[in-house]
Design a protein around this ligand. Structure first.
Ligand code: IMP
Length: 430
């Protein structure tokens, strides 16, 4: 029996929420392994809409264990607010249903302060971050000065760490012309929050090992997408974590052999939120139409997403760097009204056609997409539940995508509703 890793294969917002929810109904454990509350997953279960940022999607399903792994950066206040918010929707979260790694690094109030102050100074060159302090928190982790979950349990260590951390960041905030933070105040805030989050803390690697040995099904829930990966993405316009599948091992404390199938969630066109290169971006009325039909607004920040044609070069790159074994293709119905569609099959760069997105930022801005044109199907695919429900041109489009990206479609999602899915291969059974 396989475990399953779900990752985004583009720039995030591929519609992971619905697929993860469907898979989590069949899993025993759902694990977040990177990112923080910059992620936004929308789940529609029984007509009720849940918007999650930090909590694994399994929390809305009774009887599942949800795990926040060591690779996640945890804002304890955002965590409690989310627990409270979904508690009001009738979902009760207890230490029996949520486990947070003792070695996860924390996001403290100083991190969003630094994040926002830096972005404000960058002007046009800004990354367009979510302002949640994700980048600065990961920097502290790698610089070996982060406050971690386990530090909340030791008053003496916590005090020393907070003082050292703020000494470092206050110098930076002063340089950025922003307000500094008072270490005593931050410490008091942490002391207040500690008893509320510590009951969720535990030894994640050990628990996961136990569950694996007991034959439980583990679902690893990625956030963002491969092109936002700090190594493989459109650097520096990326998030500060590894978003690709291999991180599921590093960010949870399981060996890579435990990962199983790797499902890449892939939108039938492309979107991106925030700044950075986007070769197939459409700034015309077709881009507007995709945004409107696809309701392309960020879950976390409410920002309008940039929209463009499907980029097979970029998704194939993503298939390779993730080791994607199948994709789940989402939002095909958004394309229903188009007369014709385009798929990017190469990039023109310095007079040649290339088959990868180069690492050089300037090259990423300069590449020109080479398109293949497809006839539109001009009929509804919304809610289709079998291949037979799809128009021939739509099937042709999907088959061409499979061929170009060198990965099969394992699932096709045709509306936000859970049952509107065409299942080709069950990743848990593969
Ligand atoms: P950060 O993760 O807040 O540092 O933002 C860095 C970049 O990642 C920005 O372009 C954000 O818009 C993007 N980003 C972060 N989280 C998400 C997400 O969940 N979906 C899509 N883009 C995201």
């Amino acid at each position: 029996m396989a475990n399953v890793v779900v990752v985004g294969s583009q720039w995030g917002d591929e519609g992971k929420g619905k697929i993860v929810d469907w898979l989590s109904s069949r899993a025993d454990v759902v694990v977040r392994f990177q990112g923080g509350h910059n992620a936004g997953h929308t789940l529609v279960v029984g007509g009720e809409v849940y918007k999650l940022s930090l909590l694994p999607s399994g929390v809305v399903r009774p009887g599942k264990l949800s795990v926040i792994g060591n690779g996640v950066v945890v804002d304890p206040w955002a965590l409690l607010a989310e627990i409270e918010r979904i508690g009001q929707q009738g979902v009760k979260i207890t230490p029996e249903t949520l486990l947070i790694a003792e070695n996860a690094a924390l996001i403290l109030p100083v991190h969003p302060a630094v994040d926002k102050a830096r972005e404000a100074l960058k002007g046009k060159a800004k990354i367009g971050t979510t302002g949640r302090g994700i980048g600065p928190a990961y920097e502290d982790k790698v610089a070996r000065r982060a406050v971690r979950m386990c530090d909340l349990a030791d008053a003496e260590v916590l005090k020393a760490k907070v003082e050292a951390l703020l000494e470092y960041h206050n110098a930076q905030l002063t340089g950025l012309g922003a307000e500094t933070l008072d270490p005593a105040e931050v410490l008091a805030q942490l002391q207040e929050v500690a008893p509320k989050v510590l009951p969720f803390m535990g030894v994640v690697w050990q628990k996961l090992d136990e569950m694996r040995r007991a034959g439980k099904r583990i679902l690893f829930e990625g956030a963002q997408g491969a092109m936002l990966d700090v190594d493989q993405g459109t650097y520096p316009y990326v998030t500060s974590s590894n978003t690709i599948a291999a991180q599921a091992a590093t960010g949870s404390g399981m060996g890579p052999g435990a990962l199983g199938q790797i499902l890449g969630i892939t939108k039938a066109y492309t979107t991106r939120v925030g700044s950075g290169p986007f070769p197939t971006e459409l700034t015309d009325e077709i881009g507007e139409l995709l945004g409107a039909r696809g309701k392309e607004f960020g879950v976390v920040t409410g920002r309008k997403r940039r929209c463009g044609w499907f980029d097979a070069v970029l998704v194939r790159q993503s298939v390779k760097v993730n080791g994607i074994t199948a994709i789940a293709l989402t939002k095909l119905d958004v394309l229903d009204e188009l007369d014709e569609l385009r798929i990017c099959v190469g990039y023109k760069y310095k007079g040649e056609v290339i088959q990868h997105l180069p690492a050089l930022a300037r090259a990423q801005e300069e590449v020109e997409p080479v398109y293949e044109v497809h006839e539109g199907w001009k009929s509804s695919t919304y809610g289709a539940r079998s291949w037979a429900d799809l128009p021939a041109q739509a099937i042709k489009y999907v088959k061409r995508i499979e061929e170009l990206i060198e990965a099969p479609v394992g699932l096709l999602s045709t509306s936000p509703e859970r049952d509107d899915t065409i299942l080709v291969r069950d990743p848990f059974e593969d």
